[in-house]
Design a protein around this ligand. Structure first.
Ligand SMILES: [Zn+2]
Length: 216
């Protein structure tokens, strides 16, 4: 790909004073750039001379995503960033498309949110806000992944409602947890009570509850 790469001889003195020498790729070599290529800076790259050839330039690379199978482009500029700014090893390459990478990151963030909410519930058992956060985190994770313990969300929402008499928001999360679990009658009851509540919760939640009730 880079044509005939000139080799240069490197010499050094070994631990026992002996002369050592080997050949390596010339880091100053500048092959002509093909169209769309980005010049590499070999001195910033971290790689094993025995297994890899330095990247004198980068070209867009088409790869297929291990998760969704779609093709995506590992762009030349992105490669330069990986191997020179972040100094990743040449063996590390992206295996997922951007959409799947973002999705994975946000799923990871949602799992962490659940873990944090559980810790908060353990630390402050009688804090209704902690229970609401847990119910919400579980429902949001379920919306994203179709996984998670919805009954735990429901019991967290009910605990919050008991601890926080007259609050509307626990009804919303209980209702949505029922909806996710396919119990639409229970979902409607909770969401109706939420919408009709004398102290309404956040406007964005009321909007979602109304949309659900219109469709159901
Ligand atoms: Zn993908």
């Amino acid at each position: 790909m880079f044509g005939e790469i000139p080799l240069i001889k490197v010499t050094a003195t070994g631990l026992r004073g002996q002369d050592l020498s080997w050949w390596r790729h010339d880091p100053e070599y500048e092959p002509p750039l093909p169209r769309g290529a980005v010049r590499g800076n070999v001195k910033r790259q971290v790689f094993c001379e025995a297994h890899h050839v330095p990247k004198y330039f980068y070209l867009d690379e088409v790869r297929s995503c291990v998760q969704c199978g779609q093709e995506f482009t590992f762009r030349a500029a992105e490669q330069k960033h990986w191997y020179e700014a972040l100094q990743f090893n040449f063996d590390s390459v992206p295996v997922r498309c951007l959409t799947c990478r973002r999705k994975r990151r946000s799923e990871h963030a949602l799992r962490e949110q659940i873990a944090r909410a559980k810790a908060a519930v353990r630390a402050r058992t009688d804090d209704p806000a902690a229970h609401v956060s847990l119910a919400r985190a579980i429902v949001e994770y379920h919306e994203r992944t179709q996984e998670g313990d919805l009954n735990e969300a429901i019991s967290a929402a009910r605990k919050a409602a008991n601890l926080w008499q007259g609050a509307a928001e626990p009804l919303f999360w209980e209702g949505f947890a029922h909806a996710r679990a396919g119990r639409s009658a229970k979902a409607r009851d909770c969401l109706r009570a939420f919408v009709d509540h004398s102290k309404p919760g956040p406007a964005s939640l009321r909007q979602r509850a109304r949309e659900f009730l219109e469709k159901a």
